[in-house]
Design a binder for this molecule. Sequence first.
Ligand SMILES: [Zn+2]
Length: 327
Amino acid sequence: MPVKVWREVVKMQRSFLWGGLSIRKRICWVKWTDICKPKKEGGLGIRDLRLVNISLLAKWHWKLLVESDELWKVVVAKYGVGALGNVGLEGLNPRPISSVWWGEICRLDKGIGWFSQVAVKKLGNGNSIKFWKDVWVGEQCLAQRFSRLFGISVQQDEFIRNVGSWVNGEWRWGLSWRKNFFVWEQTLVQELLDLISNVAITDADDGWIWIPERVEGFLVKSLYVYLDRLLSPQNQRTSLENFAFNYIWKSGVPSKVSALVWQLFLDRLPTRDNLCHRGVIRSDDVFCPLCTMEVESSRHLFFALSVCCRDLVRCFEMVRSGYGASA
Ligand SMILES: [Zn+2]
């Protein structure tokens, strides 16, 4: 789905949420990214279309990694062999032949590179995994983790299969260097050897692991959860707040009441202070019309309704009942 389209759909979702079918422009009291959070985190649990869209596009990218060449003949013919088995597609977007679909897949993790963090090589025989440049042990590639050693390696572009050999049925690493080590570099080499010594090289072909869901493999849902943490702002709430937000929707009261309490907890009700903050009313109009003493805020109306206000209401009722009695 092109960016323009999902933005338009989200706009429609927002105006429906706050204004129903009315065509009048209404205030959207809560940020859309907050509304898309789960209910127990203070949101309404609405799916974030932007993240759903990215997750679905990523599914295509995952297929290009793990499925056979036969199925993707057309893609290879159009965009080259680099389109298959490659976590970084950013450079493979030749205009003007690129379709919108392909362009979106290539730009999927632009600038952040999250895809290579969730789709990592699973080592088999090491025929297709680069020793230094692919992520296959730990969470980053060895060229990053041991940049000093990478600089003096003569095997910078080699596949794992060529960085060692089988001797009497046992795998032996054979790392080669451009120069002898300084003493402090020897510690680094030992650290590297310790790291790779426990990794098993087998007869099987190399594969891919989907980090968010290692057992079941790629699931749109698992990516959605991952992207929500990575790309949308997180609210730091206490466990008590999470409990309260969750309780609002499980308390069994009518949903309109739940919605009111939800807005109250977030302090997003159309109280005078909030309306003033959004420029709807003037700053000299923010005072509570009952007591005219304090600013009309959620706290004032619902939790700390000042004594003067309560007294005022009581007086009003006394006067009314007094009139009733004398009449
Ligand atoms: Zn008042």
